[in-house]
Design a protein around this ligand. Structure first.
Ligand code: NDP
Ligand code: 8X3
Length: 252
């Protein structure tokens, strides 16, 4: 029985990954802050696919909380085959002089430091077993910068660098490291970015067919399901109507 640990499993890409990995018979450790939602999702997949699921309620920004919930797992559950570092968000789209410093803190603390806190612990478990696969969810925003993207783009560029660094450092231990960099995926992402302004959030996807979370989960599964000698280093996945972070073909 294989085990996957997915952060940010209450919505969007993380939830779609939980669905797909449950279908594939993985037992899972799901991490997020919203307890009710996480437990509902876990119960649904347990009932539907008869897989075991542990729910860990934690804010990945909280180093001590992350250590507490992960270290409290039974030893058997620490045999993690796949870690999906997915929890993340963007807040705002203002030029640098007008950005909200609290939003900057939240993005940096979640997208970069949270990812590191989880990886530090789980990579040690993987080293102990001399195998494992870490999937880092980056973004096209980690490849190019767009107007107002400043700090969010910086966090995803950091994920890009960390992905490369992890691959080098974990190489002697046989641990695979893959970056999956999505373009526009219709999830709660834009609602969060625009703080509940749904009209503005909907406009992001106007005039084009965006990706759905399942598209990204399937790409992740492709990487995870390769033979032992194959590592997919880096994937960039966009809607057909998107060339990169800032060139999009919208129908009028
Ligand atoms: P959603 O907003 O739908 O999901 C975000 C998930 O992250 C939620 O489950 C949320 O759970 C969790 N999360 C956020 N902050 C924290 C935290 N501090 N601690 C624990 N969990 C947290 O967005 P997406 O599914 O779109 O985003 C997932 C990842 O994909 C992010 O890293 C995002 O940057 C990246 N991405 C998204 C793209 C898009 O267009 N949608 C494109 C490129 C990359 P909860 O609130 O319960 O904690
Ligand atoms: C999310 C995609 O284009 O909003 O990372 O930055 S974008």
């Amino acid at each position: 029985m294989k085990t996957a640990l997915i952060t940010g499993a209450t919505s969007g890409i993380g939830e779609a990954c939980a669905h797909l990995f449950a279908q594939q018979g993985y037992r899972m450790i799901l991490v997020a802050r919203k307890q009710d939602k996480l437990e509902k999702i876990a119960k649904h997949f347990t009932d539907k696919y008869a897989v075991e699921i542990k729910t860990l309620i934690a804010d990945v920004r909280d180093k001590a909380a992350v250590a507490d919930v992960l270290n409290a797992l039974e030893e058997d559950w620490k045999q993690v085959d796949v870690l999906i570092n997915n929890a993340g968000l963007s807040l705002g789209l203002d030029p640098i002089d007008q950005g909200d410093v609290n939003d900057w803190d939240t993005m940096i603390d979640t997208n970069v430091k949270g990812l590191l806190y989880v990886t530090k612990i789980v990579s040690n478990w993987m080293i102990a077993q001399q195998k494992g696969h870490i999937i880092n969810i980056g973004s096209t925003a980690g490849k190019e910068v767009y107007p107002g993207g400043n700090v969010y783009c910086a966090t995803k560029h950091a994920v890009d660098a960390l992905n490369k660094g992890m691959r080098i450092d974990l190489l002697p231990h046989g641990i695979k490291v893959t970056a999956v960099n999505p373009g526009m995926v219709e999830t709660e992402f834009s609602k969060t970015r625009f703080k509940g302004d749904d009209t503005r959030a909907d406009k992001v996807y106007e005039g084009l067919e965006p990706l759905i979370a399942q598209d990204i989960a399937e790409a992740i599964w492709f990487a995870v399901s390769r033979p032992a000698h194959v590592n997919i280093n880096d994937m960039i996945i966009t809607p057909t109507a998107q060339a990169n972070s800032y060139v999009v073909n919208r129908k009028q």
